[in-house]
Design a protein around this ligand. Sequence first.
Ligand SMILES: Cc1cc2nc3c(=O)[nH]c(=O)nc-3n(C[C@H](O)[C@H](O)[C@H](O)COP(=O)(O)OP(=O)(O)OC[C@H]3O[C@@H](n4cnc5c(N)ncnc54)[C@H](O)[C@@H]3O)c2cc1C
Length: 459
Amino acid sequence: MWGETLDVHALTGLVEIRDDEDARRAASVDSGRIVAKTPRAVAAPRSARDVQEIVRWANRTGSPVALRGTGHTQAGQSLTDGGVQIDIQGVDRIGPVDERRQTLRVQAGATWREVVGYVGPCGWMPVVLTNNLDTTVGGTLATGGVGQSSHLYGTQAGNVDELEVVTGDGRLLRCSATENASLFDATRAGLGQFSVITEARIRIRRVLSRVRTFRLVYDDLDTLLRDQAQILSRRRFHYLRAWCRHRDQGFVGEDDDRPEAGDWSYPMDVSVEFDAEPDEAGLLAGLHHRRVFRTSDRDIAAFADLAEPTPLPAARHAALCVPVTEAWLPWSAAAACVTRLFEAFPPALLASTNVMLRPLGPEPTPMLMFPRKGPVLGFGLLPYIPAAALQSALPVVEAAGRRLVAAGGKRYLTGWVRRGPDEWRAHYGRQWTTILRWKETFDPHGVLSNGFICYGPRP
Ligand SMILES: Cc1cc2nc3c(=O)[nH]c(=O)nc-3n(C[C@H](O)[C@H](O)[C@H](O)COP(=O)(O)OP(=O)(O)OC[C@H]3O[C@@H](n4cnc5c(N)ncnc54)[C@H](O)[C@@H]3O)c2cc1C
């Protein structure tokens, strides 16, 4: 819409602007490698004031603005066609720790790896870390942020006490549950649609130095989910992650195991922090796994840096598209929904798809949509697809996404999501009216609308 006609040079005296071909091309895709949108320029602020200058300029010129951390989404959530992309990574100061309140001040462009490097040596860790530490603090607070301790603590967005933001109309404000509370609610998991996060006070906790992991293997999903429910209700284990593994994905490593019957096995890693020897028998008592392996103990910092196991050799990932399809399923419907979904999924695609199962603890973030009642299970399909096969595979992946919603699930919005206004309204349900009001209040000229969420005609 704006493209070459936009005069970004009015911004050059205010912040660093990159508008050469290389910079614009690099900013035109995200990690999904499915959508391409080329910005007119990339703005690289170094402070909250710089961000404010850019947003005020956007309001004066009417230029759309997109916000980007490290671009790990899969449907172009951080991209703009012809607008200005704010690369927040230069706003990256960390500290100090507030020991009494158990919080850390950190600017939005710092990565979680940098945060771990800052607090880890002093015996602290963020309450929740995602599996990928190379994302920015702002990027995951704007989307949710789920990880191995989410069964105890919920999301990263739910574990932030205060934010500093620049609203879509250019105000630099602090917000929390007690100060500018609706701005706080709109911003956490708000996908950058209302404000730009510039700084956060995130919760941290004291950790023990070592982590012991047990890999429990199940042959059926119902039993695994029963055990997960037990772990959730008794708040057992500091960390938990589980997945579904298809026979065609191969079974490698000393601690992996083939299913005794059927095509699927369901491994679950449960981990405890320890200084002195943990009570293994007590920890595992009452669980119903078929086998258990003890993996080697790890130092807490090495444990925090956990990449997801992938179904394909790492060298091939760079050339693949990953239309991640994740949803929060009602616990009671999860096993039946997943079984039906597998039956309809082409076997050839299953072999190159990671399937994650992540239970979630209490979650106070209004912009994260969940099934109406009770505990929820995060179910994620991560299909690794060669670019040449993408167009034929996408309808299959999208059909799987619709099945998850039809089973009462709510999509997690970091992945591959393509929707029209009616589907967005259905996703947010009763929250939609509030969202439209927040949009009017915090971003009245729509400069932060980059087209990912379709608002439809204004009421
Ligand atoms: C390999 C891989 C593993 C992953 N593992 C997990 C996982 O375990 N758990 C999980 O929850 N997610 C996971 N994700 C998803 C990832 O955490 C999210 O996509 C997250 O948003 C990425 O952060 P980012 O810095 O890359 O943000 P971007 O992708 O750059 O931005 C994400 C969204 O946030 C907005 N945004 C960015 N910065 C700001 C800001 N400062 N203020 C306001 N809005 C902003 C953007 O506009 C966009 O809508 C994974 C993704 C990949 C590719």
